[in-house]
Design a protein around this ligand. Structure first.
Ligand code: 5GP
Ligand code: MG
Length: 177
């Protein structure tokens, strides 16, 4: 383990196993239907890549570029859409995928925006959800793991752009950076 990581919260195999069962649930929900997975860059890249390989319906993958944290460990409280053009999602069954549900600001702002594109159905999926009272009344339909209110990195999640490539979810050792 790297010295910058204080503790491994979820190991590579725990994450892998959970993703497989989550995919089974999603496969059942969308049986016989087409699905568009819309991932939020960049945090959801690795989670999306892994879960999509277990999805069996006709699948399209799109991405949205939004920013809320701007590299620090505290939410800026604002969601910024960085795309010039949003994907055409009219009439589609959309599954919005993000890495983590924290304040809920990102998922609720993006959900509103996606809903406004005239989708047929919209559900949300996150790898992690922090166990806390959220600023925004939002719940994800599919959640990989509920975690305590700590700042985590790895498996797509960054601290100042780093650590996304770690194969596990860990807690940063802030004193040892
Ligand atoms: P929310 O809008 O729900 O507060 O935050 C969602 C976004 O904030 C996530 O997509 C993620 O980019 C970032 N975020 C929230 N909590 C954490 C965390 O513990 N670690 C990291 N690396 N990013 C987080
Ligand atoms: Mg993010």
């Amino acid at each position: 383990m790297r010295k910058e990581i204080q503790k491994i919260l979820l190991s590579e195999s725990e994450v892998r196993d959970r993703i497989t069962t989550l995919a089974t649930t999603i496969n059942k929900r969308y049986e016989g239907q087409e699905l568009v997975v819309v991932m939020l860059l960049k945090g959801a890249i690795i989670f999306t890549a892994d879960i999509c390989r277990h999805l069996e319906m006709p699948l399209q993958i799109e991405c949205l570029n939004v920013a809320s944290y701007h590299g620090g460990t505290e939410s800026s409280g604002q969601v910024e859409f960085l795309d010039r053009k949003l994907p055409d999602l009219a009439g589609k069954n959309v599954l919005l995928v993000d890495d983590i549900l924290d304040t809920g600001l990102t998922l609720s702002a993006v959900s509103r925006e996606v809903q406004a594109l005239g989708v047929n159905s919209l559900k949300t999926c996150v790898l992690l959800a922090k166990n806390k009272t959220r600023t925004e009344e939002v719940n994800a339909d599919y959640v990989g793991f509920e975690i305590e209110n700590e700042f985590v990195v790895g498996y797509g999640l960054d601290y100042q752009g780093l650590y996304r490539n770690l194969p596990y979810i860990g807690i940063l050792n802030v004193e040892n950076l």
